[in-house]
Design a protein around this ligand. Structure first.
Ligand code: GAL
Length: 411
């Protein structure tokens, strides 16, 4: 009798423990970048009040630090229950190839996601028809940000091409603006490079580059490096010490006129800095990229062998849901990955991005994982660093070509 009671008590404990549950999610969205994710966590807690959520973050823009920590956890056999990774080659070329991720086909089926996510996006997160992560958003990388009142005071407008940018840069320098453009640490320089290259080559050649049809050593690409060098001559000299948020701050306070950054900057301006679109901050497609939308998407996957699989699946379901995406994206500066999102919840910037997403030519971002395998990406930062100090376009192009061959992008 006593034994039966003990057994019943033990079972009761087990049941309540599993009903209580835990969930660890892993990302680089902390501090200034945290509010959108926190809104999603709040929704999760409301739905699953007994589950304790460990919102583990490793700060550092573009995931530079988080990806390194994730690697040690994945290889050490202690994966988080779900983690952030960019849609595309970043996840597919690493943890998917290594057999560490769960195939999410049945989840996509049960949630009807094949029908609500754009076909090309589903293709980007899939191999052989199997999806590996759930996209929570679509970000645009090729945006030039400015402070409308400051531009007016200086008597300039957002330049439409890179040659026009260089002229505006000279005008501003003559007016005493020492650094018309602000850039930050290495990845933000790669981010700028991407916009300069697409704005110089055109979107079709950008696609050719990643399809192995255009070599980095082609004179067009070499010329793109040279333009990038001239653009960098308009930038601040203390770039390597600045985070993307600190660089954005310099646009708002009028130290610099322009910054090329993804539209998480819109989230930062509107959500964190409480600035109004069009008056507190302004935007335009990066020079030369009008009618082109350079996309990237944040997504979360399910590593094999997680401790809290059910809770993680519930997390993924929420991320992919309409309610989840429309809670997250208006704060983040991105648009929903879903095609049925409620645009009335988005500000003027979000609405304009949603319109461009529908009408523009879509190409993928290099820096944010969409077009090249991580083996290329992780080494490309050094090419940019070296270029910025040497300004040797031919050498940088040759080094990039070598990386492309090694990564299997080019022959
Ligand atoms: C990107 C990411 C964005 C934002 C940004 C800055 O790679 O996709 O959501 O977090 O980095 O950290």
């Amino acid at each position: 009798m006593k034994k039966a009671l003990l057994l019943a008590a033990a079972l009761a404990v087990t049941t309540s423990a599993s009903a209580a549950g835990k969930l660890e999610i892993f990302s680089w969205w902390s501090g200034d970048e945290g509010p959108a994710l926190e809104a999603l966590v709040k929704l999760y807690k409301a739905k699953y009040p007994a589950v304790t959520v460990d919102n583990a973050t490793v700060s550092g823009g573009a995931g530079t630090n988080a990806k390194a920590v994730l690697k040690t956890r994945m290889l050490g056999g202690t994966p988080p229950d779900s983690f952030q990774a960019h849609a595309g080659q970043e996840l597919i070329g690493t943890w998917v190839v290594a057999g560490r991720m769960e195939d999410l086909s049945s989840l996509f089926k049960s949630e009807g996601w094949d029908k609500v996510f754009p076909k090309d996006l589903v293709k980007l997160i899939s191999t052989n028809g199997k999806p590996w992560s759930v996209p929570v958003n679509v970000h645009r990388s090729n945006v030039m940000w400015y402070n409308p009142a400051k531009l007016k005071a200086w008597g300039v407008t957002a330049p439409k091409t890179w040659p026009e940018f260089l002229k505006t840069c000279n005008t501003l320098k003559a007016k005493g603006v020492a650094a018309p453009l602000v850039v930050g640490e290495n990845w933000t320089q790669q981010h700028l490079w991407e916009s300069v290259m697409i704005g110089t080559l055109g979107s079709a050649n950008w696609e050719n580059l990643w399809a192995g049809k255009l070599k980095f050593t082609d004179p067009k690409v070499v010329a793109g490096f040279t333009t990038f060098g001239k653009v960098m001559d308009c930038a601040n000299k203390d770039a390597s010490g600045l985070s993307w948020q600190q660089a954005s701050d310099r646009v708002i306070d009028g130290t610099s006129a322009f910054n090329v950054m993804g539209d998480w900057a819109a989230g930062y301006f509107a959500t964190t800095k409480k600035l109004a679109p069009n008056t507190g901050f302004g935007w335009a497609p990066a020079p030369g990229t009008t009618k082109t939308f350079v996309m990237l998407a944040d997504s979360f996957g399910l590593p094999k062998g997680t401790k809290n699989r059910t809770e993680a699946i519930n997390w993924l379901k929420l991320m992919g849901s309409k309610a989840g995406q429309d809670a997250f994206n208006p704060l983040k500066g991105s648009i929903a990955a879903r095609t049925d999102s409620d645009l009335s919840k988005y500000n003027t910037y979000g609405k304009s991005a949603a319109a461009d997403w529908k009408s523009n030519k879509i190409v993928g971002s290099l820096v944010h994982g969409a077009v090249a395998p991580e083996s290329f990406m992780s080494a490309f930062g050094a090419v940019i660093d070296q270029y910025v100090s040497s300004r040797n376009s031919a050498a940088a192009a040759a080094a990039a070509q070598q990386l492309a061959v090694r990564a299997g992008i080019s022959k």
